[in-house]
Ligand binder design. Structure first.
Ligand SMILES: C[S@@+](CC[C@H](N)C(=O)[O-])C[C@H]1O[C@@H](n2cnc3c(N)ncnc32)[C@H](O)[C@@H]1O
Length: 268
């Protein structure tokens, strides 16, 4: 059972995991350095615990102690209990759902291990997507639409960062994922595992998504690109197919998370 600790001082050093959550640069270096991540909201906290991550500490308004009783009962981490206003002072902003927990990260799996599953396989590759909200939404779509794993390039935003896990509704914890150095390594691993790589792009010579779906590839990996420039030109040249989701005239493109949902559904 987690130890309930009534905190009186918002500057208590034991609250370090929960401080200044809005400072992205500070959080990214703190979380990377100390191998932790933060979950916000009772549902997201519960999902992280259910996915087997070990809690380091909880920070809760009194009303969430009962709501998370089962999660607290299964952990021996400290649970700091503070009022709404004091939690806002620690975190640096007002939390609508006053339940936070910090967890230890786990080592990421090898790319080869993620691709080892025999038979039908669907992989999403996120090339340099820096927006945490989009990354979280893509994980949610991937979990809902039967994607097996997500592969990130080095520059892609951290799925375990608070904003990403929140928009994913906690699906970042159960969806298998890993990070690879760059597209060269990813494409080599995909081909070695008999996975057909395709890029979702607006390129002039792209086939349509319906045409790709009609090919009925058993093992497919979809590369999605940045909101600004899209998939890198070099990557577009190296994949087996460039694939377009046809749109009405006058619309430039879909948001990348929307593009993933359409793609996963059409090729499921
Ligand atoms: C906002 S779009 C990038 C648009 C960028 N200006 C371009 O020319 O590619 C972000 C990503 O979503 C995917 N995407 C968005 N709309 C798409 C469409 N209609 N067809 C294929 N992919 C699309 C692509 O992977 C793209 O890299």
């Amino acid at each position: 059972m987690a130890r309930l600790v009534d905190v009186t001082d918002v500057n208590d050093p034991r609250l370090a995991d929960f401080r200044d959550l809005r400072d992205v640069d500070l959080r990214v270096s703190l979380e990377g350095e100390h191998g932790l991540f933060l979950a916000e909201g009772a549902k997201v906290v519960r999902r992280a615990a259910e996915a087997g991550f070990t809690p380091r500490a909880f920070l809760l308004q009194p009303k969430w102690v009962d709501g998370l009783a089962d999660v607290l009962a299964a952990s021996d981490a400290p649970a700091y209990v503070l009022g709404e206003k004091q939690i806002a002072e620690v975190a640096g902003f007002h939390l609508h759902r006053g339940a936070l927990a910090s967890f230890d990260r786990k080592p990421l799996p090898d790319l080869g291990t993620l691709l080892a599953k025999p038979g039908k396989l669907r992989i999403a590759v996120l090339e340099d997507l820096v927006d945490h909200g989009n990354v979280g939404l893509i994980f949610r779509n991937a979990a809902a639409l039967a994607v097996d794993a997500v592969v990130l390039t080095e520059r892609t935003a951290d799925p375990l960062y608070r904003r990403a896990s929140k928009t994913s509704m906690g699906n970042v914890y159960s969806m298998p994922w890993t990070r690879a150095r760059g597209m060269e390594d990813i494409l080599r691993a995909l081909r070695a595992a008999d996975v057909v790589p395709v890029a979702l792009t607006l390129a002039d010579d792209a086939i349509t998504l319906d045409e790709l779906a009609a090919m009925r590839h058993e093992r497919l990996a979809f590369v999605f690109g940045t909101e600004g420039a899209g998939v890198h030109k070099k990557t577009e040249q190296q994949v087996d197919h460039r694939v377009l989701i046809p749109m009405e005239p006058g619309v430039d493109s879909l948001n990348v998370a929307a593009a993933t949902a359409v793609t996963f559904y059409a090729t499921r």
